[in-house]
Design a protein around this ligand. Structure first.
Ligand SMILES: NC(=O)c1ccc[n+]([C@@H]2O[C@H](COP(=O)([O-])OP(=O)(O)OC[C@H]3O[C@@H](n4cnc5c(N)ncnc54)[C@H](OP(=O)(O)O)[C@@H]3O)[C@@H](O)[C@H]2O)c1
Length: 322
């Protein structure tokens, strides 16, 4: 069947990404749904197709921690001439709660996966976005020190360069701080991109939204944590979500519930034209004070384009969003 549009969901193989893919594939059998992470150990695409009696979900491997692998992914995508992209859901992320981890490219790993790999993917695929395409960027309430963040350290955005290549002083920060900083970077980039889309290519109608799915007990985000917190996270907390919602915060949901909301942000008709906003679950709220700091947004945008573009010609293309 020739598909009308493509939807790409990074990290779409498990948890939030998986349920988002399932919802979109179900409601839009005319879309090709591509789920992409490093591995598909549980044959997620096959499971979605089987559950729906359809064939519109496929898995294509992607490693966001490597600039060269993201480029290879985009080249393959372009060569296969898939339909225009209706939604790019930038969902994959990892936490490294221990000491500093660097990618093969020499970049701090949390920032590399959550921000740099996704930004490159966006820039390379930008020409293939459909009119009115949507980009949805996963963030987290933990980016905001004024929210209930379960004891997560406050982000301290100094510069994109400092996040990418921590100095001896910032390298000593806890790994969970690097996570909250990467999630703040996700929103800074969302607002930076929104501003440039409106200024440079208003006719394309492309929108970008940031999303906090809320705490999702049982999801893979605690995969690097110690055995006891992991045990609580995987085996106890998912069973007591209604209680946790009362005792801790209403912003707690299952990956399935959060996935249905994410699917709405990516393709729901009522979200058409909405851009440069931050959603906590189904409702729009203000993000942190720091996230509205335009100097920080510009620092992140400029650093990212300069780091990723191979030369002046590509830099110009990345900037012009054509
Ligand atoms: N879980 C929560 O409570 C929570 C709360 C707020 C926000 N969030 C945000 O929601 C999003 C999804 O969270 P989740 O808990 O569903 O995550 P998860 O269960 O840990 O799944 C992460 C996904 O990302 C993929 N991934 C990891 N490293 C990758 C890489 N280098 N390249 C490509 N894909 C990679 C993983 O597959 P592979 O390992 O096979 O690559 C997996 O599919 C994240 O952005 C997270 O920050 C989560």
């Amino acid at each position: 069947m020739p598909y009308e549009r493509t939807v790409i969901i990074t990290g779409g193989t498990v948890n939030l990404g998986y349920y988002t893919a399932l919802e979109i594939a179900k409601t839009h059998p005319e879309y090709l749904v591509i789920i992409s992470s490093r591995s598909d150990k549980e044959n997620a695409a096959e499971a979605i197709n089987k559950a729906l009696g359809q064939t519109n979900t496929i898995f294509i491997p992607l490693d966001l921690s490597s600039v060269q692998k993201v480029r290879a992914y985009a080249e393959d995508y372009i060569a296969k001439k898939y339909p225009p992209i209706q939604a790019l859901v930038q969902n994959a992320a990892l936490q490294f709660p221990g000491s500093l981890v660097k990618t093969a490219d020499g970049i701090e790993a949390t920032f590399a996966i959550s921000h740099i790999g996704h930004a490159l993917l966006f820039h390379l695929l930008c020409p293939y976005l459909a009119p009115k395409a949507r980009v949805v960027v996963l963030s987290s309430g933990t980016h905001d020190p004024d929210q209930i963040t379960g004891g997560m350290p406050k982000p301290n955005y100094i510069s994109a360069e400092d996040l990418a290549h921590p100095t001896p002083a910032s390298a000593k920060n806890p790994g969970r701080q690097r996570y909250t900083e990467s999630k703040l970077a996700n929103i800074l980039w969302t607002y930076a991109l929104d501003k440039r889309l409106k200024q440079r290519v208003p006719d394309r109608g492309i929108t970008v939204t940031a999303y906090d799915p809320g705490l999702m007990p049982g999801s893979g985000l605690a995969r690097e944590a110690g055995w006891f917190p992991r045990f609580l996270w995987i085996h106890i907390m998912p069973r007591i979500i209604p209680l946790l919602k009362i005792v801790i915060s209403p912003n707690i949901r299952t990956p399935n519930q959060a996935g249905v909301i994410l699917a709405r942000l990516a393709i729901g008709q009522d979200m058409e034209g909405v851009s440069g906003r931050y959603y906590e679950g189904p409702k729009e709220i203000k993000s942190s004070k720091d996230s509205y700091d335009e100097a920080k947004q510009d620092d992140l945008w400029n650093w990212t384009v300069n780091y990723l573009a191979k030369g002046d010609e590509e830099k110009e293309r990345f900037e012009q969003l054509k």
